[in-house]
Design a protein around this ligand. Structure first.
Ligand SMILES: Cc1cc2nc3c(=O)[nH]c(=O)nc-3n(C[C@H](O)[C@H](O)[C@H](O)COP(=O)(O)OP(=O)(O)OC[C@H]3O[C@@H](n4cnc5c(N)ncnc54)[C@H](O)[C@@H]3O)c2cc1C
Length: 460
């Protein structure tokens, strides 16, 4: 049977687009963090929506489950098989065409396998901005970004992935194609079905294309690295800069000194922007349409005032693009610089971020004295990556998680701010989400995927 089935897959996508050899398929079977690994019958790489639909129908007939996979940069084990039943990995990477760009409607229509950086580039060539931006943008794909409702560094100004979408095309779990590729900003004709697939992590269907929102492309940017004594000052600085700079504030990223030390040990070519070693930093960026010097003056003035008011203890302004890139390299290297430890992607109201850090750190110090904490993230969205210890603590991941999540729950927060649930938090979420919400989620899953073939073992 498996051989017959794989022959059927070959007949749909062509011999060279099926990987069944263990060595070739291995990268598709292991997640980015190398925490999850399981084999599937094969990896299928369809080239268009019709082939995706045919594959789904073949899987339905053979009762084989489907794991959609984009760039495989997800951090919750959602994009790899579970190994608990017969599955295929369905890689979207060949659906990588930009279908069209409408400069007057400020929209771009792309296939799901387009790499995020390629969509940003296509928008820039038309003098537009596609606002989603994250450190994995060189390899993550739009389909994966939408399926995880990715956040990243520009949420503060432009919103998360969900907010970039006007229309969607998806292959349903029974193989039918839903064409919702509408480029409308207003469409109140009943339930907004596209939102079901966004953030569903491939459990309700396969996203094959999307109509995305574009924005005017700012012509100037100003970047600063600001030193702070404690997290409360980051929240104060955010309020101050929003008041002083308004909508121009597009990124506001927090880093603990431990994160900077980890990056400098990992990437020795990077320079320490603050040899005086403050306890905390924020990386701030303004974007606007004037000249660079106007924007720089605005940011410098606002940060100067923050220093006078003792909100900030010092700052370094990037003098040119390459200095700004060097500062961003520090921020973007944090995930790989503390690769193996216990990770949490959590959110609370922005005003509660300092209390969250304080509560979680105090509780951890009591149970795991001396375990280092790497705290960084999109503090402008109330979203922290709160990572603990080293590889030796991974075996006690659940205990560490309980402590951090208790602090999150006490402050009315979320145990997954932007990475999703995948396999990693599938159990944990049942302890945090309202039973009624879980019941509604299960009802939706049953309605769309009664046979449970779409990405089983993930989310719910
Ligand atoms: C260095 C690094 C930095 C990161 N920074 C951020 C960040 O700042 N913000 C953030 O939100 N995330 C971040 N991530 C996480 C990750 O990049 C995002 O979750 C991203 O959106 C995943 O895209 P992908 O194409 O790699 O998806 P994958 O990992 O391939 O898949 C993710 C999930 O989506 C499903 N899926 C993929 N494609 C489709 C499709 N076409 N249809 C249906 N389901 C699909 C998969 O089954 C899986 O459940 C980071 C990851 C790394 C490695």
């Amino acid at each position: 049977m498996p051989e017959d089935f794989v022959s059927g897959v070959r007949a749909i996508v062509g011999e060279k687009n099926v990987l069944s050899d263990a060595r070739e398929a291995e990268p598709y079977f292991t997640d980015w963090r190398r925490q999850y690994r399981a084999a599937a019958l094969c990896v299928a790489r369809p080239g268009n929506t019709a082939e995706v639909a045919s594959l789904v129908r073949l899987c339905v007939a053979a009762d084989v489950a489907i794991v959609p996979q984009g760039g495989n940069t997800g951090l919750c084990g959602g994009s790899v098989p579970t190994g608990t039943r017969r599955e295929i990995v369905l890689s979207l990477s060949r659906l990588n065409r930009i279908r069209s760009l409408d400069p007057l409607n400020d929209t771009i229509s792309v296939e799901a396998g387009c790499v995020l950086a390629d969509v940003q580039r296509a928008a820039a060539q038309a003098d537009r901005l596609f606002a989603l931006s994250l450190a994995a943008e060189g390899s993550c794909q739009i389909g994966g970004n939408l399926s995880t409702n990715a956040g990243g560094v520009n949420v503060l100004r432009y919103g998360n992935a969900r907010e970039q979408v006007l229309g969607l095309e998806a292959v349903l779990p029974d193989g039918r194609v839903w064409d919702g590729m509408r480029a409308l900003r207003k469409d109140n004709t009943g339930y907004d079905l596209k939102q079901l697939f966004i953030g569903a992590e491939g459990t309700l269907g396969i996203i094959t294309a999307a109509v995305l929102r574009l924005h005017p492309r700012p012509s100037a940017a100003a970047t600063a690295w600001v030193a702070l004594d404690e997290p409360q000052r980051a929240v104060d600085l955010l309020a101050h800069l929003r008041h002083a700079c308004g909508e121009r504030l597009s990124a506001f990223e927090l880093l603990s000194r431990s994160c900077v030390d980890a990056v400098l040990a990992h990437r020795r070519e990077l320079r320490d922007p603050d040899p005086a070693r403050a306890a905390w930093y924020v990386l701030v960026q303004l974007d606007d349409f004037g000249t660079h010097s106007q924007l720089e003056d605005l940011l410098q003035g606002a940060i100067g005032e923050a220093c006078e008011r003792r909100i900030a203890s010092g700052a370094v302004m990037a003098k040119n693009e390459s200095e700004a890139k060097a500062l961003w390299s520090i921020r973007e290297s944090v995930p790989e610089a503390q690769f193996a430890n216990v990770k949490h992607d959590i959110s609370v109201a922005i005003s509660k971020v300092p209390e969250l850090i304080e509560r979680a750190a105090a509780a951890l110090a009591a149970s795991f004295p001396g375990a280092p904490i790497y705290c960084f993230g999109h503090v402008g969205d109330g979203n922290l990556h709160f990572n603990v210890g080293d590889a030796s603590l991974l075996a006690r991941r659940a205990e560490v998680g309980r402590i951090v999540y208790a602090a999150v729950a006490a402050l009315g927060g979320s145990i997954s701010a932007e990475h999703g649930l995948g396999q990693l938090k599938r159990e944990e979420i049942t302890r945090h989400k309202d039973p009624l919400e879980l019941e509604l989620m299960r009802a939706l899953k049953r309605a769309l995927d009664p046979r449970g073939l779409m990405n089983p073992g993930k989310v719910i």
